[in-house]
Ligand binder design. Structure first.
Ligand code: 5GP
Length: 189
């Protein structure tokens, strides 16, 4: 059957903290290089194994200020009351100009800003199978202090309530399954 629909050009993947957005992005980077994935700028420190320019652009506060003030960021937000994260505008515009399918993996505040700037983007909410599973994943990551974790849980609860703002939801039970579902939705248009 010919649907006549075009694949989505720009997809925004958001969802609560620790739901596995990063793991889905990593899977796509490894298995679907045809999808261009934005590399965000962040002021947080690199975790072990993270590579500058691959997972994030790790920048200091002054550099982030410069990027934000010069309009080089499509959106940016303070996430979990800590570091700042933002989407560099020009690489995204270039990818779209090249006809690539592009993906932004960002937080909810950022997704709302992109909705203002690019209302035709496709907004996908990645959600956990259950609240209990989300808490388990958050604790399991083990990279945060108790205070940071409590703040992330609070943020996650508020973020879960945002699901109706999105075009579609994908449940992240198994990362490869969720990622392939996302690819299917992008291709289907
Ligand atoms: P992490 O520090 O665990 O890599 O990411 C923390 C959060 O920041 C995640 O929810 C992730 O989606 C979000 N994030 C990553 N890059 C960006 C970005 O460019 N903009 C916004 N608004 N959020 C981002």
């Amino acid at each position: 059957m010919v649907s006549g629909r075009q694949p989505h050009r720009l997809t925004v993947l958001a969802g609560p903290t620790a739901v596995g957005k990063g793991a889905v992005s990593t899977y796509l980077r490894d298995h679907h290089p045809e999808i261009w994935i934005s590399v965000s700028a962040t002021t947080r420190a690199a975790r072990p194994g993270e590579v500058d320019g691959v997972h994030y652009w790790f920048v200091d506060d002054d550099r982030f200020d410069q990027l934000a003030e010069s309009g080089d960021l499509l959106e940016w937000a303070v996430v979990h009351g800590g570091a700042r994260y933002g989407t560099p505008r020009r690489p995204l515009e270039q990818a779209l100009a090249d006809g690539r399918a592009a993906l932004l993996e960002i937080d909810l505040q950022g997704a709302r800003q992109v909705r203002q700037a690019m209302p035709n983007a496709f907004f996908v909410f990645l959600k956990p199978p259950s609240w209990e599973e989300l808490v388990r994943r958050l604790v399991g990551r083990g990279t945060e202090s108790d205070a940071q974790r409590a703040r992330r849980l609070q943020t996650a609860a508020a973020e879960l309530a945002a699901e109706p703002e999105f075009d579609v939801s994908v449940v992240n039970t198994e990362v490869p399954v969720a990622a392939e579902e996302l690819v299917r939705l992008i291709r289907q248009g």
